[in-house]
Design a protein around this ligand. Structure first.
Ligand code: FMN
Length: 232
């Protein structure tokens, strides 16, 4: 994927470690300068990817339902809509660019949560261009907390490598383990084959393609190396 960027790897690792899903927000408005920054990112990602991402501010209708409350979301007033025209890589691309957005938002002191289930799909679908498919949304705002680290599957089930392992691969693998996945399913496996890193699905499930894009993003931004998705 383009635009990985090789600079400030240490900083990005700290951002990745600090990010956790946050579902309850304080209601504090996102300031105009930060909105401009977020809007610029959305423009840039749409231009790069051909996706139709859009940022909604001060619009609680996307989470205004019993379902959203049941999913323990509170005061979600801002969210990113991830959508695009139907294509085999629509979901992985949404995962990749959505997570780039999440990490940038985290750098700006904002909290986020990916959401595929517990939001008002009917209200959000009304915002889409004709023919677009809605993939997910990402809640954005000032959290009441910073969230908590997720539990992980054993490292050896997620990462496979033999012999001398380069430092960039270790960093990428570390970042992948910290990536958010739907229901924390972590259905991925990263391998180092020769000097080529690959990313596979370790079991089919709903939303695994979005997860793969997210994991790809974490690996690439942390390691500075591209990773190829195999068999998805
Ligand atoms: C594609 C995707 C969809 C998700 N959908 C929901 C959702 O519908 N409701 C929810 O409460 N959390 C949702 N989550 C958040 C996950 O539960 C969370 O990322 C996971 O438990 C790992 O925790 P962490 O993000 O704090 O590391 C989703 C995450 C991803 C990546």
């Amino acid at each position: 994927m383009p635009g990985t960027g090789k600079g400030s790897k240490m900083d990005i690792m700290q951002v990745i470690q600090a990010r956790h899903s946050v579902r309850a927000y304080t209601g504090r408005e996102i300031e105009p300068e930060r909105r401009q920054q977020l809007d610029r990112l959305v423009q840039q990602y749409n231009a790069e990817s051909g996706l139709h991402l859009q940022m909604r501010y001060d619009d609680p209708s996307g989470f205004d339902s019993r379902l959203a409350h049941y999913g323990s979301f509170r005061n979600v007033d801002n969210y990113l809509v991830l959508a695009g025209t139907k294509a085999p890589d629509l979901e992985t691309k949404c995962g990749y660019y959505g997570e780039k957005f999440v990490l940038e938002a985290q750098k700006m002191g904002l909290n986020t949560c990916w959401v595929v289930l517990t939001f008002q799909k009917a209200a959000v679908r009304k915002l889409l261009a004709e023919g677009d498919r809605l993939v997910a949304v990402i809640a954005v705002g000032y959290g009441t907390t910073q969230g908590v680290p997720h539990k992980s599957k054993p490292r050896q089930r997620l990462i496979q490598c033999k012999g001398e392992v380069p430092e960039w691969f270790v960093r990428g693998a570390e970042a992948a383990i910290l990536a958010p996945t739907a229901m924390n399913q972590q259905k991925f496996q990263i391998r180092l084959e020769g000097d080529e890193p690959t990313l596979r699905v370790s079991g089919l499930g709903p939303y695994t393609r979005i997860d793969l894009g997210i994991v790809q993003c974490h690996f690439e931004v942390a390691s500075g190396h591209t990773i190829r998705i195999v068999g998805a």
